[in-house]
Design a protein around this ligand. Sequence first.
Ligand code: G3P
Length: 227
Amino acid sequence: MRLPSLIVNLKNYKQGSGDRVKLFLDYALDLWDLGVGVYVAVPPLDLARYAGDAEYRDIMFSQVFDVVGYGSYTGHIPLERLKDMGIKYSLLNHSEYKMDHGKIRELVDAANEAGVETVVCVDSVEELNKLLSLGVRPKVYAIEPPELIGTGRSVSKYRPETVVEAVKIGSEHGVPVLCGAGVSSRDDVDAAMRLGVVGVLVASAIVKAEDPYVVMKAMAEVLAKHK
Ligand code: G3P
């Protein structure tokens, strides 16, 4: 994963589903020239459709996976299947898709072995500590206080102490941290980077924007400035 990173999480917003996914992927690709990582976490039902294109595949995140292998797992997303599709990255344990901690350990270990990089979301410093004490070592942790998600009030301005603490704990364990929740503007990203994160995870401010490219570009430029 190229750091610093902007991960655009399309969730299952209608504005970021189906044909619209291509738009975000094209914007992200365009911004790679800035020298930062710009990724798109694609809705589960759209992953396979876009994974056939090598350029897109390289910048796509799955939003989750929940079992390791193929088999009798009705409705699940297997890591092995993602890998076979050429997907290289996945979020896990997003606030909107919480997981049992033992399961996260199993999934992250399997992903590390398979060469799939994970960004594990935590809703608090306490959850970060718990996962670290269980030995969960993803590529990156993402701190996202759930009460700020989708509010337009950025974690970097409304909970800076939480971000700073998470960054400190992550660095003690050799795992970089990014942040998300309410990140909406160039200034929010700048404030986040000053707190020591390696990037931001953003959804509504981009997906619901009248011109998502303008917002993505502004945020990616700030990341580039902090490289
Ligand atoms: O995964 C990113 C997310 O949960 C933050 O959402 O809408 O506050 O950017 P939003």
